[in-house]
Ligand binder design. Structure first.
Ligand code: ACO
Length: 435
């Protein structure tokens, strides 16, 4: 009869071992018993970039990368994007279930109550250079929040954790909008609690002279983008939040780690890079030349490829459909035809097909953000606002997981063996750089 176990023979010693298999996984620590001698450390796994290592057990987000499936707490992303508000999804991620009407109203009221930031935060945001990248500003500001809420270090207090969750979800749009206004040299517009979460963010960002004509289609598009970006299981920034948070630091400091990871061009900075790439390509006529460069390894097709999705990213499908509605109410994007043609060619090209490279969430999202009026520098910030709810859900889950300890990977040491200290005057001259 089949057994849920793995038999291993160590050919170095001839010994055999039987390791339990659970959820298609073996425990790396079970390998430690495999030794060549009693004083041997034991067998380890080597897995740079965690290509095949589960770092946690999670009940938040499910992805099947081969089938192109994404679900939050079991609900398909397509249904959530169609039916929910962003705050409803944030509640689902953080609290585990979709809220009933009373729960949602209470959640919205609490978030609204915490949208203001301390006046000193406005002062230090003003201290950034006029051309500071808004994501850099957000990164600094989120970390700084821990100094404004020192009570957040009481991470074992459930009510306290809840308060910090609300604060973070409520304040991220305010800081994001202030970062944008700073980069434009515009005065800050303070939160308006008569508006929805999205409406208030758009108002704080774009209101001029006390006026802003809200556009329902664009606001809904932004809300859907927020829903699609809310969580994505153990991606780079979420792993950073879990890893930093595993030291038991407060959630603001842990999330600052997440914002930093998201800033990078291979992660949340990718949609910014997509727009730069589309601008650099410039016209449909230049696409074949660009594709040739990508295939020669001289360029990257930004917005394509994903560590997990080896099929069309389900979020990209929703965004692509949404783009049509958005461009009906805004000026048509001159970059959209280039993006569509790039996608068409790439999906037929052997290089991309054989590597299972499909458009990811970032391929079309930048075009929509741009149509709404956001400059490219704001794109990663627009990712960080909704991802805050996912980070918080994951941080909370990590805190409650009795199996989690401080994150501390092993290494394979390849450096020098022990050697004696050499006095400074007796060391060889270092070789000049470049030799
Ligand atoms: N353009 C061209 N070639 C690519 C691309 C791309 N966008 N992505 C991967 N490849 C190639 C690699 O060169 C490699 O080819 P090789 O086997 O000949 O060496 C092969 O496809 C496999 O790629 P890996 O780098 O091993 O895939 P990995 O899972 O490590 O990387 C990543 C995933 C970082 C997303 C990568 O596809 C990439 O850099 N994409 C562009 C950046 C991007 O769009 N990032 C957003 C991701 S979604 C998000 O964070 C929200």
């Amino acid at each position: 009869m089949a057994k849920d176990s793995l038999s291993i023979t160590d050919n170095r010693t001839g010994k055999s071992y039987e390791l339990p298999v659970s959820e298609s996984t073996i425990r790396a620590m079970d390998l430690r018993q495999i030794k060549v001698a009693d004083d041997d450390f034991g067998l380890m796994t080597y897995d740079p970039a965690f290509m095949n290592t589960a770092s946690c057990r999670s009940a938040i987000t499910f992805i099947d990368g081969d089938k192109g499936i994404l679900r939050y707490r079991g609900y398909p992303i397509e249904q959530l994007a169609e039916k929910c508000s962003f705050l409803e999804v944030a509640y689902l991620l953080c609290e585990g279930e979709l809220p009933n009407r009373a729960q949602l109203e209470a959640w919205e009221v609490k978030v609204r109550f915490h949208t203001y930031v301390h006046t000193n935060i406005t002062k230090f945001l003003e201290g950034y250079r006029y051309d500071a990248h808004p994501m850099g500003m957000l990164l600094g500001a989120v970390g700084a929040l821990s100094t404004f809420y020192p009570d957040a270090k009481h991470i074992d207090d459930k009510a306290n954790r809840y308060l910090q969750r609300i604060r973070l979800i409520a304040k991220m749009p305010t800081i994001a909008a202030f970062a944008f206004r700073h980069s434009r040299g515009l005065p800050f517009v303070f939160p308006r609690n008569d508006l929805s979460y999205i409406g208030n963010f758009v108002n704080m960002t774009f209101e001029i002279g006390g006026k802003l004509e809200p556009n329902a289609v664009l606001q809904r598009a932004l809300e859907i983008l927020f829903i699609l970006h809310a969580d994505h299981e153990q991606n780079c920034s979420t792993s950073a939040v879990r890893s930093v948070g595993s030291s038991q630091v407060d959630p603001y400091s842990a999330l600052a780690g997440g914002v930093a990871a998201l800033y990078g061009p291979l992660h949340g900075g990718a949609n910014e890079e997509v727009l730069r790439m589309l601008r650099a390509v410039g016209s449909k006529a230049r696409i074949p030349e660009f594709i040739r460069q990508v295939k020669e390894g001289k360029a990257k097709l930004m917005g394509f490829g994903h560590r997990v999705y080896k099929n069309y990213d389900p979020r990209a499908k929703i965004i692509k459909r949404m783009a049509d509605e958005v461009f009906e109410v805004t000026r048509p994007s001159e970059l959209l035809p280039i993006a569509l043609e790039l996608e068409r060619i790439a999906l037929e090209d052997e290089y991309f097909v054989s590597r299972k490279l499909y458009p990811n969430v970032d391929f079309y999202s930048g075009l929509i953000y741009q149509a709404i009026g956001f400059p490219v520098e704001m794109f990663p910030v627009l990712f960080a606002i909704p991802r805050t709810s996912g980070w918080l859900a994951q941080w909370q889950e990590m805190r409650g997981d009795p199996e989690q300890k401080i994150a501390r990977p092993r290494q394979l040491y390849l450096g020098a063996g022990q050697r004696g200290y050499v006095e400074i005057g007796k060391r060889d001259e270092p070789a000049p750089v470049g030799r």
